[in-house]
Design a protein around this ligand. Sequence first.
Ligand code: ZN
Length: 372
Amino acid sequence: MRTHLRLGRLLGVPIGLNWGVLVVCVLLAFSLAVISLPSIAPGHPTSAYWFAAVLGVLGFLVSLVGHELGHSFVADRNDVNVVEITLWLFGGVAKLEGDADNAGAEFRIAAAGPAMSFVMAGLFWLGFLVVRAVDGSDVLTSLLVWLALINVVLAVSNLLPAFPLDGGRMLRATLWRRGGRKGSATRVASLWGQLLAGALVVGALVSLRWWSWWSALWISLLGVFLLVAARGEWRRSAARPELMECRVGTIGRALPAPLRPNVPVAELEATLAAHPRAPLVPVVDEHGHVASLVLPDAILRVPPNQRGVVPIASLVEPMWSLPRVHPDESVREVVERLGPGRDWRAVITDGTELQGVLCSEDVDHVLELATP
Ligand SMILES: [Zn+2]
């Protein structure tokens, strides 16, 4: 069985509804129509309360979608693809294709949801002022106040510095920018997530006496869900020292087919455009042996209008000017020999043939996962 229902597309993003939300909607409509509205605005027919409750539930769903659209709008502007927005028990989730690749974008994407909720709270409040001014029904004004409050609650609770909530993502982005390492930032932010989730559960149980059992149950459930999510992220961000023993042959980059030294620089440009991750292009000599290479930066030494005629022979460097690594060497061995954090390219070879190129940034990435 599918876990959720497709509602359609909004601004190009598919919107889905988890079945659990339907249960929440029914409970919400019931509590609005039978408990909240009759006590705030008494003296109306039951049908009026139910009609307002349905409007309230729709407004609640619009508030959740609005919050997530805030995230996806900013994600889209930061070149992060939005796969889908799903509404579930406690709110919405904008499923993004991967994380933002820099701390600033992560911060902006995370902050956009709560910002949108505050804007919607303002709009519902404005609606309340307008309806009150034209002497509208007190059922409708109470409903608009309730929707404004719901949006404030949505914004504030998502701003808790508990990863993976929005506030936790903002905290991670801040730590990431300061320390430069996403792995350790995730670890700290998800630890805070677990602590805050635990505090929510304990707080809800302790305050059971003063609050309604309904709010306490709701908050402790929220705490348990947050605890599970934060714990998962914390585990995923754990150090993986065994990665230091992985063979560099498995993290090297493949190279495009070798070029001949007499081809024009324009052909080198076309080759690099087709292989954007290639750190260099091998060049064969007159016997067909790969003995030299050309680096992407070398293209800049030739003016654009001469690249169609100047051969790449003028730009090549000997292959063995680069350090060599054996494909069976481990990351640890290579780091000890060539050093971390320095910008280098090494030829991966078993002594007979060229198997690829190892880039220092790929080694640094493994180091980050191994020792966050
Ligand atoms: Zn959010």
